[in-house]
Design a protein around this ligand. Structure first.
Ligand code: ZN
Length: 319
């Protein structure tokens, strides 16, 4: 592990263990078949993810694959630290990543942009000066309590407080394709694979990221309302503050998952999803197990960067 002396925030770099995609496929298959009535997994050439149903800002999940974990729940809980605002464009400069970068994942949106706290589904492709910004933010409408989903405008690439981001050059290449239907176990789609990863790679840190579409069914998702004026000191208070919804397919999710928390206090899974029908937020689990169908593409990360790790952690903020 190395500490990078660049930029405004402390950055720790960790080389990840990178097994073959075939090995990971074998690690996941039994777990998927325990949790879903139908499940297939294969190593394929990544399809063009700019197309339906994914509609991402880059065609592939390949080229210099990294995971970035920035900040964390302690910057939100029990009271918010409003100065925790980041910009992916300046972070990429700190990392000396290069001119071509695709970033997709889950985090808290840029509160100064909207004037309120919000969820973020990052989905941005940067190629030299050109920026294709498909990042969505979801917020809670103040009078009705409904979910409001919008696309960030122009070159707005800031976010706040915490994020789990998948970073690559967005080019085609081999990926894991995972298809699962009809949930028969208790785990959500990502937890099924994350827990298999954790059980298999006990002393090694392995990380993946990418995207999945929940093609059928409904999902429990939350959206954070504006920052709480009273401190949130317990899971009960946090759950009461968060706004939960039953959102409809198709939902397009982006995020990352890793095999272990380690001393970097990593969030082991974090996916947010957006849609083309006005819904989006933090994915928990489908609520229609009989009808649910998932299709996902994932790639293994080579390097993980832990950026601005909070000095103290609160376990209850992990969800
Ligand atoms: Zn979230």
């Amino acid at each position: 592990m190395a500490t990078l002396d660049a930029g405004k925030f402390k950055i720790e770099k960790r080389e990840l263990h990178v097994p073959s995609l075939d090995e990971v496929k074998n690690v996941f298959i039994d777990a998927l078949r325990e949790n879903f009535a139908e499940a297939e997994i294969e190593v394929v050439d990544c399809p063009d993810l700019t197309q339906e149903p994914f509609t991402l800002s880059a065609p592939g999940l390949g080229g210099r694959v990294n995971i970035l974990e920035i900040g964390g729940p302690p910057f939100l809980l029990p009271t918010v630290q409003r100065d925790k605002v980041y910009d992916i464009q300046s972070l990429l400069k700190d990392l000396k990543y290069g001119d071509r970068a695709f970033v997709a994942g889950a985090g808290a949106g840029p509160w100064p942009y909207l004037g309120t706290n919000c969820e973020m589904m990052m989905n941005v492709m940067m190629d030299s000066a050109k920026l294709k910004n498909g990042t969505r933010i979801a917020s809670v409408e103040k009078s009705e309590g409904s979910c409001v989903l919008e696309t960030l405008k122009g070159n707005e690439t800031r976010f706040s407080l915490l994020a789990n981001l998948f970073l690559c050059e967005g080019i085609p290449g081999k990926v894991l394709k995972v298809h699962a239907k009809q949930r028969i176990g208790n785990k959500d789609f990502i937890a099924t694979m994350q827990q298999a990863l954790a059980e298999h790679y006990r002393d090694k840190l392995v990380g993946l990221g990418g995207t999945f579409v929940m093609m059928e069914g409904k999902a429990k998702q939350h959206v954070m309302p504006d920052f709480s004026e009273t401190p949130l000191d317990s899971v009960k208070q946090l759950d009461h503050w968060l706004k939960f919804y039953d959102m409809s397919a198709p939902l397009i999710a982006v995020g990352t998952f890793v095999s272990a928390e380690t001393e970097l206090d990593l969030r082991v899974q974090h996916f947010h999803s957006f849609s083309h029908h006005g819904e989006g937020g933090h994915y928990h689990i489908d609520t229609t197990p009989n009808d649910v169908e998932y299709l996902g593409y994932f790639n293994l990360s080579e390097v993980l960067y832990r950026i601005d790790q909070p000095p103290n952690t609160l376990q209850f903020g992990k969800d």
